[in-house]
Design a protein around this ligand. Structure first.
Ligand SMILES: O=C(O)[C@@H](CO)OP(=O)(O)O
Length: 247
């Protein structure tokens, strides 16, 4: 049986502060470290092992992966990092509080920014210091690849080719893989794997630090998918993500 494990990074400092984060490179919170440790523990307990890992360029995902691999004593496996697994770029909203914004512009508007399929948030100006063109870690990106704000649809356009080209062939070759990424880059993947419509994807929320397993048949059809851990707790965490912009 071919499998892959996805994990959204543990709670970040800005998840804790309820701020739009996107490509802002914030650290894990104390609770986020604990969530990453719990992810490693449950993967170990359930008998998972990996021979290859993927993560983004953002430290909340790379640190989560390092903690998981540390607990599983898998420091030695190759880790492939790509900006293509980064969180969706949240444009000019990055740094703003979600609930405060809902108070200001209304919950409906914030819901559109957070969960609509193809409406991007307001874009960053090119000379804004938060624009990725000013960061060394994105110097490999071409002009057309550098985002100033992304919708989920735009995120899908960079995540899915990476999935097809870099990850799927390795699953097919029998490699056991873990991907440590982000709420919206993982929503892009889950949308594809579960064949979720553009409308329905708006109600999908991914909790932090919970391993999500996908099982495939030989033709890479999804046979099963499930979160590891207490299902009631996981449901409650998904609801909390959904309600972040409630004031
Ligand atoms: O702020 C962000 O980058 C993401 C993930 O934390 O938020 P949201 O769930 O609102 O898309």
């Amino acid at each position: 049986m071919k499998k892959i494990v996805f994990v959204r990074h543990g709670q970040s400092e800005w998840n804790l502060a309820n701020k739009f984060t996107g490509w802002t490179d914030v650290d894990l919170s104390e609770q986020g470290v604990k969530e990453a440790e719990a992810a490693g523990e449950i993967l170990k307990k359930e008998g998972f092992t990996f021979d290859l890992a993927f993560t983004s360029y953002l430290k909340r995902a790379t640190k989560t992966l390092n903690i998981v691999l540390d607990i599983m004593n898998l420091h030695w496996i190759p880790v492939i990092k790509s900006w293509k697994l980064n969180e969706r770029h949240y444009g000019d909203l990055q740094g703003l509080n979600k609930a405060e914004m809902a108070e200001k512009v209304g919950e409906e508007q914030v819901h559109i920014w957070r969960r609509s399929f193809d409406t991007p948030p307001p874009a960053l100006d090119e000379d804004d210091s938060r624009h990725p063109r000013h960061e060394k870690k994105y110097e490999e990106l071409s002009e057309s690849e550098l985002p100033a704000a992304e919708s989920l649809a735009m995120t899908i356009e960079r995540v899915m080719p990476f999935w097809e080209k870099e990850i799927v062939p390795k699953i097919k070759a029998g490699q056991k893989i873990i991907v440590s990424a982000h709420g919206n880059s993982l929503r892009a993947l889950v949308k594809h794997l579960d064949n979720i419509s553009d409308d329905e994807i708006s109600s999908l929320n991914i909790p932090t630090g919970r391993p999500l397993v996908y099982e495939f048949d030989e033709k890479m059809n999804v046979k099963d998918s499930y979160y590891l851990g207490d299902q009631a707790e996981i449901e409650a965490e998904m609801e909390k993500v959904k309600d972040q912009a409630k004031n």
